[in-house]
Design a protein around this ligand. Structure first.
Ligand code: ADP
Ligand code: MG
Length: 558
């Protein structure tokens, strides 16, 4: 089989070898299986359905969301001598009828249509009379509300089973790889035991780092001193912050420019060009910058604030190192970032939307809290088989000891369970530590069987463990106004000792405990930070903007 399809690849498309994922997908398609192919943009999804369409009998229907894309693809295929055509609303009636005639005569291997076309009764009838090899759904994430561009008309696609029979073969392709979108695609398109291939997300030349500097601006200055004349992008969350950073950098004599939606189109264009043509080394920007920008020599992407979810983060960070040279992707993180993000999310009254955004935000909170290899964490997140630890991300480089904390983790999970999964982190900690404070008295924690079972463990340590359990999905957070800790499917694996739970002591933690002789002092520092957060919350509440913020880990407060 392989030899034969390789010949066809060469013959029709002129390529000598397959790219990652293509061959597996094509083989499964030729065996008649439904597939879901998740390959990054530019990864070569089209060939995965174009090549089987040429080999199989009949006409393949390709559902594609954009008229302009459709025309480009069909033109390119025709240049390669492949019998493809499209129908869309921009055509005149005569062209439309002629195209249908060609299809009916079996002269066409690929017919591109928009999803809206499926509303058309005449077209649905027409489909009954022709021999269809399969239906390929391009940009399949458009069927999911979790995706970034939901298209209601994609929901018409499963109606094709009624017209063409239940054993119709459907292929789905997308570059969006989150679990929710993947599951939505499979469910909504009613794929039957699909072969799922996710590939191409690994970027081995990128060095991922998470930093929690006391002063972000100082960190930037020091970093840029060591990276003079290198090209880099600095992403910040607001226009004002972009202005501030850019001004600061220019005051230091750094060749910096800025980009955000508050600038005139002319200024934006100039900033973009100055950066692309290396007139400026640095561009400070909001997430408005970057779509369709292809600059190969970007040596670093620094996120001054935590982005709103993992997708955005990886897309933005991935603009570094397109030339394959080693490049840095640094995320500067502070607890404030969580607060601001939550605050923005809470501006909307649409509860369903809010819930999704909060869950998406959680994906990046988990990332900044993990002690795992960051690169394998990212790959796992996107569903690709994980690599071994990369050895050079900030988590791998941290000289750290691995400590078995399975028993402690079991205590924490049991406590959440005993508390009926109704309370937030502070109450769980009070209960575990057997605190004799007001909260414990008010909630009668003394009557809970897990009261005081971790009396000797510091508050900070328990909170760090909760953060790690959250990051690995052994705990989740429920509740909109007030974050409540709850168990997950995976909790069982820890509770029944199927999974072991390790934490890594970070270098910074170790040095703090060395600096402060007693635990109390370390805790006092924490208290101070909590206090600062409390006053911030107070301040916001005065402005009637109370963001319900979650503090997952004391680590996150640094
Ligand atoms: P996607 O839809 O995944 O974003 P495309 O299907 O448009 O990507 O392919 C991107 C580019 O890669 C196209 O120019 C395509 O011709 C090229 N390409 C695809 N497969 C191969 C291959 N096996 N070898 C070389 N080039 C390929
Ligand atoms: Mg494509």
């Amino acid at each position: 089989m392989t030899g034969k399809i390789l010949d066809k690849l060469k013959k029709y498309f002129g390529y000598d070898s397959f790219r990652a994922g293509q061959e597996d997908l094509i083989n499964n398609i030729l065996e008649g299986r439904d597939v879901l192919g998740v390959l990054p943009t530019g990864g070569g999804k089209s060939i995965c359905y174009q090549l089987p369409a040429l080999i199989k009998n009949g006409t393949a229907i390709v559902i594609s969301p954009l008229i302009s894309l459709m025309k480009d693809q069909v033109d390119a295929l025709r240049e390669d001598g492949i019998r493809a055509c499209f129908i869309n609303s921009s055509q005149d009636y005569e062209t439309y009828v002629n195209t249908l005639k060609e299809v009916r005569n079996g002269e066409i291997k690929l017919l591109y249509v928009s999803p809206e076309r499926l509303e058309n009764e005449f077209f649905r009838d027409f489909l009954k009379d022709i021999n269809i090899s399969f239906v390929a759904v391009d940009e399949a994430h458009c069927i999911s509300q979790w995706g970034h561009d939901f298209r209601p008309s994609y929901k018409l696609i499963p109606e094709l089973y009624e017209i063409l029979g239940d054993d119709l073969q459907i292929l789905a392709f997308t570059a969006t790889a989150t679990k929710e979108v993947r599951e939505d695609i499979i469910r909504n398109l009613k794929l039957k035991d699909p072969f799922v291939k996710i590939t191409g997300f690994d970027r081995p030349n990128l060095k991922f780092e998470i930093k929690k500097p006391k002063e972000k601006l100082k960190f930037l200055r020091d970093y840029l001193k060591d990276h003079e004349n290198e090209s880099g992008i600095i992403y910040a969350s607001t226009r004002k912050r972009v202005d501030d950073i850019d001004r600061n950098l220019r005051a230091l004599g750094i060749k910096s420019t800025k980009y955000h939606a508050g600038l005139t189109e002319l200024d934006r264009k100039k900033a973009q060009e100055d950066f692309i043509f290396d007139k400026k080394d640095i561009i400070v920007a909001t997430n408005a910058f970057g779509m369709g920008i292809d600059k190969s020599n970007v040596r670093f992407v620094i996120h001054y604030n935590m982005p709103k979810d993992m997708e955005s983060y990886y897309q933005e960070a991935g603009r570094a190192g397109r030339d394959g040279e080693n490049s840095d992707c640094i995320l500067l993180y502070s607890a404030q970032d969580i607060i601001i993000n939550k605050h923005l999310i809470n501006q909307t009254d649409n509860m369903a939307y809010r819930r999704i955004q909060l869950e998406k935000l959680q994906t990046i909170i988990n990332y900044v809290n993990t002690s795992k290899c960051l690169r394998s964490y990212i790959l796992e997140y996107f569903g690709q088989d994980a690599i071994n630890d990369c050895g050079f991300c900030s988590n791998c480089l941290e000289t750290s000891e691995k400590i078995d904390k399975t028993v402690d983790a079991q205590k924490i999970l049991s406590c959440i369970y005993r508390l009926d999964q109704r309370y937030g982190i502070n109450t769980v900690v009070d209960c575990l530590r057997g605190s004799k404070n007001k909260n414990s008295r008010e909630k009668n924690l003394e009557n809970i069987s897990t009261f005081g079972i971790m009396a000797k463990t510091s508050q900070k340590e328990i909170k760090d463990m909760v953060a790690a359990l959250l990051a690995y999905g052994y705990i989740k957070v429920n509740g909109l106004d007030y974050p409540i800790l709850a168990l997950t499917e995976k909790s069982k694996d820890i509770l029944f000792s199927k999974d072991k739970f390790y934490i890594r002591k970070r270098e910074e933690e170790k040095s703090t405990s060395k600096k402060h002789k007693s635990m109390d002092l370390a805790n006092a520092d924490q208290e101070d930070l909590f206090e600062r957060l409390r006053s911030l919350r107070l301040e916001l509440s005065k402005q009637r903007k109370i963001p319900p913020f979650i503090i997952f880990s004391d680590q996150s407060l640094k």
